[in-house]
Design a protein around this ligand. Structure first.
Ligand code: ADP
Ligand code: MG
Ligand code: ZN
Length: 571
């Protein structure tokens, strides 16, 4: 491709709308332009990259035996109502009424649609297993679309759905996708971590997120450098603390703490560390009340809490309820004398002589001890991991970092097939729900994640697998016909090479501008035809990533390129 014939509008300055490097560079390198909040146009260079990602994804899906389909972006609300997910998506759904008044939605994902199709078209165990996938646009009215294509309202997802007759089949389908994801991200040149993720109703090892560690990532990642344990924040747990041996239990003392409700206020007022305090939260689930005890500096993880109690959801009780059951204004609840089930985090069970609410407005208790002063009904891991926590597997100290979620695999089980009645007839003639898995990859996000990791002050550094062009040919002076003829010869020669995409910078611009642009758009290999060519017939070959330079005679260019392409670690 000749630069003059395509559209690569590079910018010198970073646009003010962009906060992070990948977003800035995607705009400056002319890959994308913002059209409205969370919606981007892909210009020619961006489209080339997008198509390279899509090709890799498609090849690996097909290799894994998944079958491609293409579902509509439009669906009506009924399916989401039937699956019960209307509430889950809430304001993220982009809905409208069509001209007949039918409530219509731009699909945020396609579990319901695919289940509907498979329910109608697949009835027998003989037609299973099957994994169907598509590469298509999703719409979510994200609360905070930001960082360019990293979190947008309209984005391309590869979504796949597996249908099996039993759990063994599901495990097999899941593993095939998991392995395909590894191949995809490896081929894209991404460094990623596979983190255990919350697995909802399925429990166990039923969900993994593929994360690229990055300070701009919006997901929190818990990692153990010693044994490799990794999980997202929702899912991660820590090793329980061992209780102090034979603590000398002091006498309980009631203390006046006027108007001090929060951990911070009480900690300040009494000069005790929040670690020495216990907070009591009153929760409800289906009208059942229970109390949750956490160390003052810890935060409850409601997903875990619901999980350990075997409940579908839990919510904090309202103010009136709290005041009724504790007999005090909120902020003064405590476990002593409380008449309900008490669930305590491990860290609380291991503590002695702590400060907690007195169930009496404006009072707290000092020196409270579990077992002696109140009974814990259940000890469990119900909180988020914090700094200083240890690995649940090997007890090494855990690391907390951030990551970009680029893919997600999930064993769904029968959630959708039961809700939407997607059954099949088993070999013995019995009707059973199909067992499902779902698997998503953020296609646009891969591009942003790569750039975030692979760039320098001058611009993007593409891996060969995603580079819009592998080679750029730069004649330094387009008016010098000897150089220009040589550049054209090289261009024709490379165009004939298999699988190599080449860009010819035929613009009549100052060499400095052309070199800067070539670096900005990140082309792995530059071939520069300059003054030296007229003197010694040599051209310069320069690698974007390593900066390595070689001078080769015109007739050896092809050979040198083949040598470079063989050793892809440098490019
Ligand atoms: N708003 C978005 N913009 C870009 N990519 C997204 C967005 N939301 C999700 N993705 C991508 O789609 C993949 C599958 O989506 P899903 O797991 O349903 O998303 P989430 O975890 O945000 O609910 C994610 O791993 C991510 O790579
Ligand atoms: Mg996800
Ligand atoms: Zn570990």
């Amino acid at each position: 491709m000749k630069w003059s014939q395509t559209l690569i509008p590079t910018l010198k300055e970073s646009p003010s709308e962009a906060e992070i490097d990948s977003h800035k560079l995607m705009i400056r390198a002319g890959l994308i332009r913002r059209i409205t909040a969370g919606a981007y146009a892909y210009l020619p260079l961006g489209t080339l990259v997008l198509n390279k990602v899509i090709t890799i994804v498609r090849e690996e899906m097909n290799r894994a035996g998944a079958i491609e389909v293409f579902l509509p972006a439009l669906q009506h609300l009924d399916l989401l109502k039937e699956s019960g997910r209307l509430k889950v998506f809430g304001a993220d759904l982009i809905t409208f009424q069509d001209r007949h008044g039918k409530e219509t939605v731009l699909s945020p994902t396609h579990e319901e649609v695919i289940t509907y199709i498979v329910k109608n078209e697949i009835n027998s165990y003989k037609q299973l297993p099957i994994t169907l996938y598509q590469i298509q646009t999703k719409f979510r009215d994200e609360m905070r679309p930001r960082f360019g294509v990293l979190r947008s309202k309209e984005f391309i997802m590869k979504d796949a759905y597996s249908f099996d007759i039993d759990e063994k089949g599901l495990n097999n389908s899941y593993q095939l996708m998991y392995d395909a994801y590894c191949r995809i991200f490896d081929r894209c040149g991404l460094d990623y971590i596979i983190a255990e993720a919350d697995s909802g109703a399925m429990g166990g090892d039923a969900s993994h997120e593929f994360m690229v560690p990055s300070p701009v990532g919006e997901d929190i990642l818990i990692l153990c450098q010693n044994c490799g344990y990794s999980a997202n924040r929702e899912r991660a747990e820590s090793a329980p603390f061992s209780p102090q041996e034979n603590p000398s239990k002091e006498k309980v003392k009631e203390i006046f703490t006027p108007g001090k409700h929060t951990i911070a206020e009480v900690s300040d007022f009494l000069k005790v560390n929040p670690m020495q305090m216990v907070k009591t939260l009153i929760y409800s689930s289906h009208d059942q009340l229970f109390a949750v005890l956490l160390r003052g500096d810890h935060e409850v993880n409601e997903t875990r809490l619901a999980g350990v109690l075997g409940l579908d959801s839990v919510e904090l009780a309202n103010l009136e309820t709290i005041e009724r059951v504790t007999g005090a204004k909120t902020g003064f609840a405590g476990p002593v004398g409380l008449k309900m089930k008490i669930v305590a985090d491990h860290a609380v069970a291991a503590k002695s002589n702590f400060v907690t609410g007195a169930n009496k407005t404006d009072y707290h208790l000092l020196n409270v001890n579990p077992e002696r002063d109140f009974k814990i009904d259940q000890v469990a891991n119900i909180r988020y991991v914090t700094k200083g926590d240890n690995c649940p597997r090997c007890n090494h100290v855990l690391e907390i970092s951030q990551g970009i979620e680029i893919g997600h695999v999930f064993k769904l089980g029968t959630k959708y097939s039961i809700a939407l009645k997607a059954h099949y007839l088993d070999a013995d003639g019995k009707e059973k729900p199909k067992i499902m898995g779902c698997y998503g990859i953020g296609v646009n996000r891969i591009i942003a994640a790569i750039i975030e990791k692979s760039h320098d002050d001058n611009g993007i550094i593409w891996p060969m697998s995603l580079a819009p062009y592998h080679i750029i040919i730069i004649p330094v002076n387009v008016k010098d016909s000897i150089c220009m003829d040589a550049a054209k010869d090289i261009y024709d020669d490379i165009r004939a090479m298999n699988g190599i995409d080449v860009l010819f910078d035929d613009r009549d611009l100052r060499p400095g501008v052309k070199f800067k642009d070539a670096d900005l758009i990140g082309i792995p290999i530059k071939i520069i035809i300059g003054k030296k060519y007229t003197e010694t017939k040599e051209v310069e070959i320069k690698l974007r990533k390593s900066g390595e330079v070689s001078f080769v005679r015109m007739e050896n260019v092809r050979q040198e390129l083949e040598r470079i392409l063989k050793n892809q670690t440098k490019i």
